[in-house]
Design a protein around this ligand. Sequence first.
Ligand SMILES: *[C@@H]1O[C@H](CO)[C@@H](O)[C@H](O)[C@H]1NC(C)=O
Ligand SMILES: *[C@@H]1O[C@H](CO)[C@@H](O)[C@H](O)[C@H]1NC(C)=O
Ligand SMILES: *[C@@H]1O[C@H](CO)[C@@H](O)[C@H](O)[C@H]1NC(C)=O
Ligand SMILES: *[C@@H]1O[C@H](CO)[C@@H](O)[C@H](O)[C@H]1NC(C)=O
Length: 839
Amino acid sequence: MVFSIVLLFYFMFSTFTIISNAVELHTITTTQSLTDGQTMVSSDGTFELGFFSPSGSTSRNRYLGIWYKKISNGTVVWVANRDTPLTDASGGGVLKLTDGGILVLVNVNSTNTSFWSSSNSSSNNNIVNPVAQLLDSGNLVVRDANDENFLWQSFDYPCDTLLPGMKLGKNLVTGIDRHLWSWKSSDDPSKGEYSYGIDLRGFPQLVLLKGSVEKYRSGPWNGLRFSGSVGLLPNSIYTYRFVFDQQEVYYEYELINSSVFSRRVLNQNGILQRLTWNYKTQEWTVYVNTPSDNCDFYGLCQAYGICSIANSPVCGCLDKFGPRYPKDWGTADWSSGCVRKTPLDCHNESSNGFIKYSSVKLPDTRNSWFNRSMTLKECETVCLKNCSCMAYANIDIREGGSGCLLWFEDLIDIRELTEIGQDIYIRMASSELVSEVGSKSNRKMRKKVIVILALLAGVLVLGLTLALYVWMKKHQEQKLNRGESLDRGLEQCHTNESHKEDLELPMFDLSTIADATNNFSISNKLGEGGFGPVYKGILEEGKEIAVKRLSKYSTQGIDEFKNEVICIAKLQHRNLVKLLGCCFQGEEKMLIYEYMPNKSLDLFIFDQTQSKLLDWPRRFDIINGIARGLLYLHQDSRLRIIHRDLKASNILLDVNLIPKISDFGMARSFGENETGATTKRVVGTHGYMSPEYAVDGIFSVKSDVFSFGVLVLEMVSGKRNRGFFHPEHHLNLLGHSWRLFKEGRSLELVDAPLGEDSCCLSQVLRSIHIALLCVQQFPEDRPNMSSVVLMLGSGSALLQPKQPGFYTERTFPEIDYYTSSKQTTSSVNEITMTVLEAR
Ligand SMILES: *[C@@H]1O[C@H](CO)[C@@H](O)[C@H](O)[C@H]1NC(C)=O
Ligand SMILES: *[C@@H]1O[C@H](CO)[C@@H](O)[C@H](O)[C@H]1NC(C)=O
Ligand SMILES: *[C@@H]1O[C@H](CO)[C@@H](O)[C@H](O)[C@H]1NC(C)=O
Ligand SMILES: *[C@@H]1O[C@H](CO)[C@@H](O)[C@H](O)[C@H]1NC(C)=O
């Protein structure tokens, strides 16, 4: 699905006329009124109230309104007398407050006739000392000087703008129903054709109307968002919520950082826009438009049609449904909608059932019925009993789903939403179900057949495998006899094809390397890799190199060593370490790499003083570099490689702090159509391994994605996942991050100096969010690296992460928190280790 967050610039009517603003008031009382030319300013200076004429209007009508003062001077957010302007431009308007606490606009040039007044819904009769005040939120309120409660507030009478803290919806007790109404045109604030508010028929949903015609529908609230609201995902700008109880039904949002301004406007063309203020360009930028695409238009594909923005044409019929008039559909006239291929038989309850449709925006709920305490099973039972019940679904999709929503009319306005859509169960004739899932009566029969078939297949596969194994063994022995010592089975990185012609690696002389490294002097040693020491060297021509020497005493390094040669020799990418050559002489086996003066990432991020050198913009560049390197390995390289041991110490930094993925000792290649494999020999590093790999030995590109997620969280927090300790709980870093994320406190995780730019805040939050998506428990919930790279590089909306893998609290922080039945041969921090399967 395409999140069409269009970043167009929005040119607002920036100039408008107020007569003079020499006098600024702070309150209006019964004795202090506001005349044309005076303004009232909120205490923090964000908003201003006064008389104005919209720019471009020739009539010079005067209106009382509220506009931004601190930023974007002139963006009007509220108009009192939008339908009753003062037509005389001579400045006779005065805003007065009556003894009863009612605001009135009078014209002093015309015998004080009133042309607007605030209603007073309050039943409070003993008002002593009313005052009117403009709050920092942009809310104009009237209250008694000695009472905090508002007698009246402009937030109850929105115009075209929904400000933070404003409620869009109905108070079921007082009856106040707040809708947005567009301006008639950019120079005429009177009520235009479009409105946006809550429709309370059936289960509440927000609807955008043109006159009385429905144009767009948000869909019902599902606990996380409105079912069809493409742009409503957790983000760094604003939080949002929907309240639906006995007293009130409303939607509202709040800014996360009150200096990052954002507002929602219903413009005169019927487009709902969320705009954010860009300090650099001094303009409002479109964050999201609604409707966002064709499929957002109400009922485009009519009854039982489904709109898929990726298709052409966008309209189709739901599975098991066909066009009512195929001829019309052939000409892209979808007005007749779709009908069941097999009509329902309503005389016989058992002749009906339900089919699940996934990943959709739920249909119009105006003719729906709901019960929040019923389970999905109860919901099905109730729906089955009444043949006009066409479908059912959960109300709340959080925590496995709860509540029951039933539809009693044809289903209309369904769209496909691949990533954020939800499930709905649609009534279907049993004959249609048989072919799909099997009716209840023959399900058992089918089960038996399946079991028998599976057994047969199992025996067959076992036989074949055995035969293949025997054949391979023989084959391998033959090869070994031929002395091809570099050759290994399919398990290794290369795929058994002649590696020799591919190994176009320069061979270095042992004496050259010995000279370069000062005869492997201890002072040249850079560190200890997985299978031996690494030395720094300088070749005669002055080139700096790093030499990885296979330890003579290493028992298990030889395979990894060969693997690395074969893997990396064929790879070339800016974010992968470059192999310059190798040296095989006698007992000695060495790999020669370009030298990385800044060593590895772990030396920076986990070190109190070094970490100060990596401010957030640098870290973000590094995260992006690693992501691109990994994407190359997974998708774009000739070999398609799963690294299997991604961690901070395997990320080297060159002189410009460009990250280079290194250490391919554990890497595996996989074919075009494969995505992963299972191994009995689990290698990797604690704290970075994904659950399915650490526990079951299943590895795939998604296990690298998991490690990447861990790495990002480590880079943000400056803490190792393994060995992470927090005084308040025993969660690991993933659990801790998740907890903060859920509580909206993600910023507390941040360790990096954030730098000057205001972009960093949202980047940090976005990186944490993406990292949490990468460390999901189930591989299928994790994005692949191409999505990660995209998400990092854009501002598009992100999915909501679920609880990450390895979330469980440790009872004792010292003990490995996921010790399973397998034996660990090593548990030293950060050292690549092998877990042997004890099966
Ligand atoms: C309008 O009201 C003001 C203040 O209440 C008063 O002084 C003035 O005489 C009134 N003008 C007319 C024409 O009634
Ligand atoms: C909702 O369902 C629960 C459980 O089935 C039931 O007890 C309750 O009476 C129902 N409420 C309504 C309003 O039907
Ligand atoms: C089925 O539900 C509809 C809508 O709630 C209702 O009007 C109708 O009476 C119900 N029919 C039966 C048989 O319960
Ligand atoms: C809010 O945003 C402003 C401007 O971008 C920034 O200077 C400030 O540090 C932010 N405040 C917080 C608490 O993040």
